[in-house]
Design a protein around this ligand. Structure first.
Ligand SMILES: [Zn+2]
Length: 488
């Protein structure tokens, strides 16, 4: 599809973009000033022409945070300048959409959407570390772990995950609240400006509809010895993956194995330091360990990190010398640390790019849910693809050695392979996702005669997309691929 001109694009937007888009005045100084601005998160998500998002805060923000809705089924947490905020996600949730106003094509909002989105992505809503029972359980689990067998460990984990089905938030089995907030802001902005459609930088390179990413965390010596076999299986389905290696205590790491992984086109990442589950117990100890972890990162040539058991403390991530982290689950009802980042898209935590874990881990599927099928994985992938997100998997070489679990993994690979043949999904290594998302984060949509073009390094791989308002629904169209997708 080729769009030479955009006659239906409103005059307001055209003028705005002509005024500002190519102006360098907005790049350096004001970029950092904009960092904590209202529009930042929506801008980062879509990369529309500069100044398309134009928000006003409707008043003074409350001191206290709480839960509210932003339209049906979109749960938010944070401060607001009007309405009421609920103390828990189960309390009555006031709908802040009723507080949105349009004033001179500006969108007047009762909250700061960047702050609200940060509260979700950084799990500030969850007070994830604060539960004292949770802390005691974690300590107990790691204390008894060396002494107990798998059965006892499973019981402790099951107790921890009890009532998981009753947890109303984040949404199980995939949460897309961040994407839902961004699309609502886009629709409201289009209505405020009176435009029918707006260009943006499509989420994935070469017009791919979504992204798939396979990772393997190597837990034990047996798992390590299964890596070559796992690479053979992955290769037989035409799929490459990243292996996360525990550098200390668990098993000896031979340079030959790492070399073999890289030579075969697989990726090597760092998993924790010694996998004792204590990485984030105290800041002092974390800072001591992170130096060693960074050292291993350099030694292994690893650009990515993942913590043991998906423990995390994003506010400490600036100590990492890794390009990206892969430790934050999308929805963590069944993980040792509850919470979830409520997004299926990568996002920056300072300079570290977060590639969230968006599907259930094999261990959890097999041992906590006692599942022996790929149905849940399929459901999650379908939901993620519907939102054009990143479907990322953790499959441990250690847990797919049994006859039954191994064949389940093969079914998953078969399903993913089929998907790759049927739809334009991008099967990528974490390091490629990192490079793309970094490049995209610096791209902008600028005027080009009567049309638009994408400016920035690697813009050749980027595809211009248009968000259209079709009877109150957001529809995405790509300029270069015959793909039209409707989102809810
Ligand atoms: Zn692990």
């Amino acid at each position: 599809m080729s769009i030479e001109a955009l006659p239906e694009l409103g005059v307001d937007l055209k003028e705005e973009c002509q005024l500002h888009a190519e102006s360098d005045l907005f790049s350096s100084e004001s970029a950092s000033e904009k960092a904590d601005k209202l529009e930042q998160a929506a801008n980062d998500h879509y990369r529309c022409p500069e100044n398309f998002f134009d928000f006003n805060l409707g008043g003074q923000l409350s001191v206290h945070e709480g839960y509210f809705q932003f339209g049906q089924n979109i749960t938010c947490y944070g401060r607001s300048c009007s309405g009421v905020r609920g103390p828990s996600v189960e309390s009555y949730l006031y709908d802040m959409l009723t507080e949105v106003h349009v004033d001179d094509a500006k969108l007047g909002l009762p909250f700061n959407p960047t702050e609200i989105i940060d509260n979700l992505r950084l799990e500030r809503y969850a007070n994830v570390d604060g539960g004292s029972l949770e802390r005691v359980l974690r300590k107990l689990y790691y204390l008894v772990r060396p002494l107990t067998n798998l059965l006892v460990r499973k019981q402790v984990q099951k107790f921890h995950a009890r009532n998981w089905k009753k947890r109303p938030f984040p949404n199980w089995p995939v949460d897309t609240t961040v994407e839902d907030i961004c699309s609502r802001l886009l629709l409201l902005s289009m209505e405020a400006k009176g435009v029918e459609r707006v260009p943006f930088v499509w989420f994935w390179p070469d017009g791919a509809s979504s992204c798939l990413m396979m990772t393997h965390d190597v837990e034990t010596e047996a798992g390590r010895d299964h890596c070559e076999g796992l690479m053979d299986i992955d290769d037989s389905f035409g799929i490459k993956a990243s292996f996360q290696i525990v550098p200390e205590k668990r098993y000896a790491v031979s340079p030959n194995l790492l070399e073999s992984m890289r030579n075969r086109g697989f990726e090597v990442g760092i998993q924790d330091l010694n996998h004792d589950g204590r990485l984030f117990d105290s800041k002092e100890e974390f800072l001591r360990r992170v130096k060693v972890i960074n050292h291993y990162g350099r030694e292994y040539g690893a650009k990515g990190f993942r913590a043991a058991a998906l423990y995390r403390k994003p506010e400490w991530y600036d100590a990492f010398e890794f390009a990206f982290d892969m430790s934050i689950p999308n929805v963590a009802h069944l993980d040792p640390q509850h919470g979830g980042c409520c997004t299926v898209m990568p996002y920056f935590i300072g300079d570290v790019l977060e590639l969230p874990v968006t599907t259930i881990q094999d261990y959890t599927l097999f041992n906590l849910l006692n599942e022996r099928s790929i149905e849940l994985w399929k459901t999650q992938v379908e939901l993620i693809l519907k939102n054009h997100g990143l479907a990322s998997f953790i499959v441990h070489p250690d847990y797919v050695m049994g006859h039954d679990t191994f064949s389940i993994y093969q079914s998953l690979l078969g399903y993913l392979r089929e998907l790759q043949e049927k739809t334009p999904v991008w099967f990528a290594l974490p390091t490629d996702v990192d490079s793309w998302w970094r490049a995209r984060s610096k791209m902008s949509v600028v005027k080009d005669g009567n049309s638009w073009r994408i400016k920035g390094d690697d813009a050749g791989r980027a595809v211009l997309a248009f968000a259209k308002n079709v009877s109150g629904k957001l529809v995405y169209e790509l300029r270069q691929a015959p793909l039209t997708t409707r989102i809810a």
